[in-house]
Structures are given as structure tokens and as C-alpha cells.
Write a protein that binds this ligand. Structure first.
Ligand code: ADP
Ligand code: MG
Length: 246
């Protein structure tokens, strides 16, 4: 089953009023693949990710996760399928009054109805994976931004997602904290997680991405391997963007 598609975005369109933000986007992400998305501010990157779990409601098109269309089915199907799509944002949104462990077990208990013992065990495993198990009893306010983001990643992973979407996960971090979060993402990739990453960390993309997608004005302008996109971009818009950011 190598290369089976884990996430398929099919003819995705999103309008806000008369403004068309996503213009029939098609993007297929294979199992275990890391797709890195770049593009100018306002090009629709966040909207595309948010449409993937219907945090933003697509105007038309389909989102297919591991062969199942999240645009079809009942509200309950949607709730269940949402759990399979992990999402990590720029801000970490941890509950400040709960310990790290509680933050990572809460959704497992509520949404997956896991027992406390099962949720705790899964949480500790995932916290170990992101190098944060030693802070299980700490509160978010006692952690650095990089540590909080790693806890947020563990919280997503604890729900056993089929795909992980990252929207500028290191943009809010002090530069010296960025590396620890990128390392966690790299480890995840090496374990076979399917990932879509919106980020400005071009070095990470060169090292880790299977494919780089350049978006502008709500369309995918160009895509290819990191070498192709960074080394020999074909479209003028891609060249102009890359010369501005690097
Ligand atoms: P990016 O993440 O690439 O910077 P976004 O997806 O955040 O781009 O935004 C794409 C465009 O959609 C922007 O022009 C933005 O103003 C617009 N947009 C995003 N969310 C909304 C919304 N809820 N209502 C209206 N316009 C929006
Ligand atoms: Mg964005």
C-alpha cells in the first residue's frame, strides 16, 4: 500500500462574501509524506488547512482523509473524522490552569472516552516522544514557548491522528527555541506520520520535505521537490517570492 493517498484536497473552493480565497485547489498527500507549503501572506495557506477539518467550511470541493470524505456523512461522522486530523497552530492554546498531563489527556478522555489509566499512559508516551515527559506535572506558564508547542504536538498525537497539519508552528517562538520544535517534527516524519507544514523554515523544508508547494492568490502555482522549488523554480511568481524571503 505504498503511496496510498492519506489526504486528498479535491477542487477546494472557499469564498468569503464575494472574495474567492481558494480557487479550486487540488492537493494529494501520500501516506508518510511531508508536504511543505509556502506562499505570501494572504495567499490562503491557513484557510486551506482550516478547511481540511472544516474549522472553516469549504464553499465547494471535497476533503478525503484515508479514503473517507469528510464533507459527506453526519455530524457525528465529522466529529470522529476530525480527531484523525491533528492540527498545530502558531499559538499553543493549552489550558493554563491544567497540568501538562491533564492538557494531553483531556480530549482523549472526552472525545475518545479512554479510561484515565489508558489516557495517562498514552499521554506519557507522547510526551516522551516530544521530550516533555519530565514536565508532566508542570503548568503551561512554567514552560518556554518551544516546550508549550511540543506539549501541543503531544496533545494532538495522543488522539492517534492519520495526518498532522502544522500552521506556522514556530513563528511565535524565540529563535533559539525553534530548533527543538523542528526536531520533533522531523522525528515524527521519520516515524512515518503524514504531514502538511506551512512554515517559513526553508532549511527544514530542504532537509525534511518530500514536496514543496507554492501558493499564491488562492491557487497552487507550482510544486516539486525542495531541490526543484528552491533550486530551479519555474514560475516567475515563485522566483519573486523566494528572492524576497531568502
Ligand atoms: P495565509 O495563511 O496564506 O496568510 P489566509 O488563509 O489566512 O492566508 O488568508 C487568505 C485570505 O483570506 C486573506 O485575504 C484573508 O484576509 C482572507 N480571510 C481569511 N479568513 C477570513 C474570514 N474569516 N473572513 C474573511 N476573509 C478571510
Ligand atoms: Mg496563515
Amino acid at each position: 500500500m505504498a503511496n496510498r493517498p492519506m489526504l486528498e484536497i479535491v477542487s477546494l473552493e472557499k469564498r468569503f462574501g464575494t472574495n474567492t480565497i481558494l480557487k479550486k485547489i487540488d492537493l494529494k498527500v501520500a501516506e508518510g509524506e511531508l508536504v511543505f507549503v509556502i506562499g505570501p501572506s494572504g495567499s490562503g495557506k491557513s484557510t486551506m488547512l482550516r478547511c481540511c477539518n472544516r474549522l472553516e467550511e469549504p464553499t465547494s470541493g471535497d476533503i478525503i482523509v484515508d479514503g473517507r470524505n469528510i464533507m459527506a456523512g453526519t455530524r457525528r461522522d465529522l466529529d470522529r473524522m476530525r480527531l484523525q486530523i491533528g492540527m498545530v497552530f502558531q499559538g499553543f492554546h493549552l489550558y493554563p490552569h491544567m497540568t501538562v498531563l491533564k492538557n494531553v489527556t483531556l480530549a482523549q478522555r472526552k472525545a475518545l472516552k479512554r479510561s484515565k489509566a489508558e489516557a495517562d499512559a498514552r499521554a506519557i508516551d507522547m510526551l516522551e516522544q516530544v521530550g516533555m515527559a519530565h514536565k508532566a506535572e508542570a503548568y503551561p506558564g512554567e514552560l518556554s514557548g518551544g516546550q508549550q508547542q511540543r506539549v501541543a504536538i503531544a496533545r494532538s498525537l495522543a488522539l492517534d491522528p492519520k495526518v498532522m497539519l502544522f500552521d506556522e508552528p514556530t513563528s511565535a517562538l524565540d529563535p533559539e527555541l525553534v530548533g527543538s520544535v523542528l526536531k520533533v517534527m522531523k522525528d515524527l516524519k521519520s516515524k512515518g506520520m503524514t504531514m502538511v507544514v506551512v512554515s517559513h523554515e526553508m532549511g527544514f523544508a530542504r532537509e525534511t520535505a518530500d514536496r514543496v508547494v507554492f501558493m499564491d492568490g488562492g491557487v497552487v502555482v507550482e510544486q516539486g521537490t525542495p531541490d526543484e522549488i528552491f533550486g530551479a523554480p519555474k514560475a516567475e511568481r515563485t522566483r519573486a517570492f523566494l528572492s524576497r524571503v531568502s
